[in-house]
Design a binder for this molecule. Structure first.
Ligand SMILES: Cc1ncc(COP(=O)(O)O)c(C=O)c1O
Length: 362
């Protein structure tokens, strides 16, 4: 097999899937994994076979691919703004159960108007900002105001509250992670209490990022978890203490193509394979663009499009033609950059799996 190559270690992936499914069962929360990490209906199917209640995606294009391959309960966890998206959402809602989130009065009204025109109702979550400061309304009264508006719109069915504690990726240590995970659940539960006192039913309390899911998902009152990265894990999760290198199922095989001097070698996996992303929402403590397995002293210092420049110690035994295995910093963009992955499984020949939903821009 030629390099560079994105490889999935089947047994590691299965262990990751099984562990999260067991966690969801133990805490009686619905697992709705985020498919933006793998973008492969094949893997979504494996998650559903292990008890996932449905799948989460970020884009309509991903939802369309998942629906075409048999996923019939899809949450698009992204504010869907613009007529083109609303039309595609309507078409999708005619074939599968689809839900989405809103974080604005305008966005909610536009969705409601479109669904009402077609005599349909769209199930929606209200997105809350639990500290990432990206999308979402503030917990408490600000969120309650938006929920009251959503409840009043005839084209929408209010499902519950949703957040994603992506700021956990910048957690300083395990205590900080614990605080962020607890806060992720608490801010939804406290907002739900305000609403329930007014007689508004809040069915879903939906949380989840891979670093926080075992904390927020264990809080009483949470009904749904949406981890994505856990299927593969990566060096970012290792750095956060959430996974070990052994758990990292997605790797890149790269070849040494040059050794310009004894302290530098060049691999054939550049930014177009490994991605320049050094980790989601926080890069503190990150050194280089991934870990070369078995060579902890070699640091991938620089990436250009097709080259990785690696600083190596004097006695590094690697030479031109050798193949190394790299655990990327962030698995999700690596998948999005490749058409297919090679799935390797003990005792079997490698299988090629297509990344069906890759590169969807909308
Ligand atoms: C809304 C939402 N939910 C869930 C996730 C999954 O997070 P992770 O990949 O950390 O598991 C993400 C990740 O970007 C997200 O944006």
């Amino acid at each position: 097999m030629d390099t560079p190559l994105v490889v999935v270690h089947y047994e590691k992936m299965i262990r990751n899937l099984d562990r999260m499914a067991a966690f969801a069962r133990a805490y009686r929360v619905r697992l709705r994994p985020h498919g933006k990490t793998h973008k492969m209906p094949q893997i979504a199917k494996m998650q559903l076979e292990r008890g996932a209640a449905g799948i989460t995606v970020a884009k309509i294009g991903e939802a369309e691919v998942m629906a075409a391959h048999g996923c019939d309960d899809i949450l698009i966890a992204y504010p869907l703004i613009g007529n083109e998206k609303v039309e595609r959402l309507l078409a999708l809602a005619r074939t599968v159960r689809v839900s989405t989130l809103v974080d604005s009065f305008e966005g909610a009204k536009a969705l409601s108007d479109a669904f009402l025109r077609e005599r349909m109702r769209l199930p929606v979550y209200v997105k809350i900002d639990s500290g990432l400061h990206r999308c979402g309304v503030q917990p408490g009264e600000e969120a309650a105001q938006l929920v009251r508006h959503v409840v009043s719109l005839p084209g929408l069915q209010f499902l519950g509250l949703l957040t994603h504690a992506g700021h956990a990726y910048a957690a300083k240590d395990a205590r900080d992670l614990q605080r962020i995970g607890q806060g992720e659940a608490d801010c939804l539960i406290e907002t739900a209490e305000i609403l329930r006192k007014e007689g508004i039913a809040v069915q879903e309390i939906s949380v989840g990022s891979t670093p926080t899911v075992r904390i927020s998902g264990a809080v009483t009152g949470v009904t749904e978890i949406r981890p994505g990265n856990y299927v593969f894990h990566d060096m970012t999760q290792v750095r956060l203490g959430v996974a070990t290198e052994e758990d990292c199922a997605l790797r890149v095989w790269a070849r040494v193509v040059s050794r310009p001097n004894k302290n530098v070698l060049v691999l054939d996996s550049g930014a177009k394979t490994l991605a320049l992303d050094r980790g989601a929402h926080g890069v503190e403590g990150v050194s280089g663009y991934g870990r070369i397995v078995g060579y902890p002293d070699c640091v991938i210092e620089r990436l250009s499009e097709e080259h990785a420049v690696v600083k190596v110690p004097d006695d590094c035994p690697l030479s031109i033609g050798d193949v190394v295995e790299i655990i990327p910093n962030h698995a999700c963009p690596v998948v999005n950059l490749t058409d297919q992955v090679y799935v390797i499984r003990e005792g079997q020949s490698a299988e090629v799996w297509r990344v069906e939903a890759r590169g969807k821009t909308s």
